[in-house]
Structures are given as C-alpha cells and as structure tokens.
Design a protein around this ligand. Structure first.
Ligand SMILES: Cc1ncc(COP(=O)(O)O)c(C=O)c1O
Length: 437
C-alpha cells in the first residue's frame, strides 16, 4: 500500500531547473498534528454534531429535559478528562476554551507578587509569554533553564536555578518543536521536595504519552482536546490539585449562586464562567473514549513507527538535518532542516510536490531555537497521527529528495530514484491499525 502511494505521488509533482511544477491535484497528506489533529475520528464528529444539532441547550443553566442532557454531556466530559489525567476528582477538572486560556488561568491565577518562577527554554509561548509579561510588570522574577540541542532539559540545571523564593515551576511535558519528552517525574518530584507548585503543560502529550499521575502528578495539568487527543478545538483540560485555588481570571455567570455577586467557591464553577461550548464538550468526551478504546500505547506505536521511518529516510539525504534523533517516548514529531533552504519554502514545496501539509518556522516557541541551532528560520515539522500511513512518511522523504535534488539540477535522477527504489521499505514496519480498517 505504501509503495503504491509513493509512486503515484512522486509522479504528480515534477521538479525542473526553475522550480517545482504542480502537474495534477494531489491528495491531502495532513501531517500538522502537533498543531491540530485531522481528520477527527468519526465518533468525535458524530458527538459534536449530536450535541449542537439534537441537544442544543446550555449546560448548567436550566431544568428542561434538553438542559439536563446538556448537563450530562458536560459531566461526561469532565469525568473522561479526570480519568485521562490520572483518575483525579472530576470536581477539580475545569474545561476552559483552550489550552492557552487554561495556562493563562493557571499562571495568572496562582502567581503571587514577589515569587521567583522557573520555566524552560523548551516551553511554548502559551506559558513563556504570560511569564515574561509578569516579569516585565515586576510581579515575578523569572529564570528560564536552558535545554540541549535536542530540546531536553537537564533536571540538574533546574536544581541549579532554584532559589529560596522559588514558588512555581512551569514546563512543557514534551516540546512541540522536536517532540522531546522531559523527565517529568524527576522534575515534579524536585519541585514538590522544595515546596513549589508545578504547572505541567501536557499539550503535546495528552492522548499519546501517559501523563504522570498519583504521587508523580503535577499540581496543575493542562491539555487541549484538539491535538493528540483527536478532539475538537476550543476546549481544554485544566486539572488543579485540591488546596490550590487559582483566582478566577474570567468572571461572570456560572448558572450557580446567581443571586450573589461573588464568584462561587466550587472550583469548576469558579473556573468556567460563561456558557460552555456543548459541541466541544461532547467532542472531548468522545475523543477520550475513542483513545481509551484503541489504547494510547497502540496509537503511540502507530505514530512512532511512521516517524521513525521518516527520520531514517530523511537522515539518508545529504544536507538534511533531523533534530531530536535521540528522542524516545514523546509525541511522533519529526523536525528537520534542509541546508540552503528556508524552512518556510520547504513547507510550501512539500505540499506542492507531494500534498504533504507540514508546518515551518518557530512553532510558537520563542526560546528553543537558540539551543537547537535553528534561530535562523526555525525548522520544518511533521507529525504522524492515527490516520496517517507509510505512504505519508515516504511522501515526505521522497519530496525532500526531489526538492533538493531537483533544485540542484538532478531532478530526473532523483525522481527516477524516488519512483523505483526510494525509500527502502523495511524502514517502516506497520500493520493497518483497527481504527483505519
Ligand atoms: C506545548 C504547547 N503548549 C500550549 C499550546 C497551546 O495550545 P492551544 O493553541 O490549543 O491553546 C500548544 C499549541 O501548539 C503547545 O504545543
């Protein structure tokens, strides 16, 4: 199956000395899963549709039969989210409208003036920007711990950054640029021993990598529905340990205690002002259920076999640098650069040559590139989701071979190689997974 896709795709685009010509429409090869997942599993789409077409009432606001059905959808979503982050109390799991919002709610809601906060260079701007803002306002002092050339943070560097007034440690479980997984257990334990609060940004792990739970759990865990969980955009999980009570960033109607001006005490009410997005709630519950049915380990192993094949194939190409090659256990992300090419140009050519939709640039991560050696232009990034196939991984490699060879004047030779023998099939060991059957 993979080789059929490979050959037909390679023949659809053609490299000439003046550039790449699109000779016929290409199938969409969506590989931007670290940004958002697509396609969504059928049960997720059906759940969203059902909620907005058949239920269409405001959760937590009313006693009509449909308002109660809406309540049930929200309760199911909260319960599923609580299971996902380690069987925590659903009463401590809020479902705000996105991970960026949830991270801002956690950071701004918890920080107290005068605190010293530690973050890492491998983090996303969703945490680095609010922290930078607070530092610029003079509210906190901030230390950003470096990472290595793969995006890995050494726990010893975090320990070195610790000060007597350090009260909060914020970090991404895995880098959205390289997929590198941090040693969350060690980092959380370090913070706990020193009596600091930990905020874990699990945006790139929820749904594909187990989130540290039980005694290893971070105090605050944030995860969006729409990435590796395969859920809809516009909803995220914000799980906060009992005893930590963030100040509400957003205040307003909660459908409870409406005769009082003060926000309710109940955690989920305090964190969820405003009418919730019923379709997103239903989609989140369905996505978590879908992941549980197929098993996180199977979903991860599917993505990793494709990513490994893609990395191996790219690694054979002269001028291509694959980042994070030592990486194990994170999300199936492949980040690379092509010598002499702006990553943005490579991403455009990838789509033109083979229909591959990738992302290029800095990926909303301001600080990591200085450590990866990609400060000029960033990287090209692809990620492999549950509905990708070996044909998609091969298309990336074939297109990069074609682009580099083609633009350096070797197009016929490279395209000949692509259609006959490239890349070597044993690179990807794969069986059609049950969710694709
Ligand atoms: C590591 C990380 N944190 C936070 C976010 C923010 O997620 P969202 O854009 O869904 O709010 C992202 C999104 O790319 C991410 O990769």
């Amino acid at each position: 199956m993979g080789s059929v896709n490979r050959v037909s795709n390679a023949r659809r685009g053609r490299c000439t000395r003046s550039g790449v010509e699109l000779t016929s429409p290409l199938p969409r090869r969506y590989l931007d899963h670290p940004a958002t997942s697509w396609p969504k599993p059928a049960p997720v789409i059906e759940a969203v549709l059902h909620a907005i077409r058949d239920v269409g009432a405001a959760a937590g606001r009313g006693t009509s039969s449909d308002a109660r059905r809406a309540d049930a959808i929200r309760t199911a979503a909260r319960g599923a989210a609580a299971r996902l982050v380690g069987d925590v109390d659903p009463e401590r799991v809020a479902l705000p409208a996105g991970a960026t919002l949830a991270l801002n709610m956690a950071i701004h809601g918890i920080v107290t003036p005068g605190w010293h906060v530690i973050a890492t260079a491998a983090d996303h701007n969703a945490t680095l920007r609010p922290l930078h803002w607070l530092e610029r306002q003079g509210t906190i002092s901030l230390t950003v711990v470096p990472c290595d050339g793969d995006g890995r943070v050494d726990p010893a560097d975090v320990a070195d950054a610790w000060r007597p007034d350090t009260r909060l440690f914020v970090f991404s479980h895995a880098s959205n640029v390289t997929g590198t997984l941090q040693d969350a257990e060690t980092l959380v334990a370090m913070a706990r021993k020193r009596d600091a609060i930990t905020i874990l940004d699990a945006a790139q792990t929820a749904g594909i990598v187990p989130i540290p739970a039980g005694s290893n759990a971070a105090d605050v865990v944030v995860a969006p529905a729409h990435k590796w969980l395969q859920g809809p955009e516009g909803i995220a999980i914000l799980a906060v340990r009992a005893g930590i009570e963030p100040r509400p960033l957003i205040q307003g109607g909660t459908g409870s205690g409406s005769d009082a001006l003060a926000m309710p005490e109940r955690f989920v009410d305090r964190m969820e002002a405003g009418t919730p997005d019923l379709g997103a709630l239903a989609g989140l519950a369905a996505a978590i259920g879908w992941g549980e049915r197929h098993g996180q380990a199977s979903l991860a192993s599917h993505g990793h076999s494709l990513a490994a094949g893609c990395k191996a194939g790219l690694g054979q190409l002269p001028g291509v640098r694959v980042l994070g090659t030592r990486e194990r256990g994170g999300p199936p992300i492949v980040a690379f650069t092509v010598e002499g090419y702006d990553p943005a140009v490579v991403a455009v050519l990838l789509e033109q040559v083979s229909g591959v939709q990738a992302r290029a640039g800095f990926h909303c991560a301001a600080l990591i590139h200085g450590h990866l050696g990609t400060a000029k232009g960033g990287t090209v990034r692809v990620g492999f989701g549950p509905f990708n196939t070996p044909g998609d991984a091969e298309a990336v490699v074939a297109a990069i071979a074609a682009i580099t060879g083609g633009l350096s004047g070797n197009s016929d030779r490279v395209f000949g190689a692509v259609s006959s023998s490239f890349p070597s099939p044993p690179l990807i060991h794969w069986q059609v997974p049950p969710w694709q059957a």
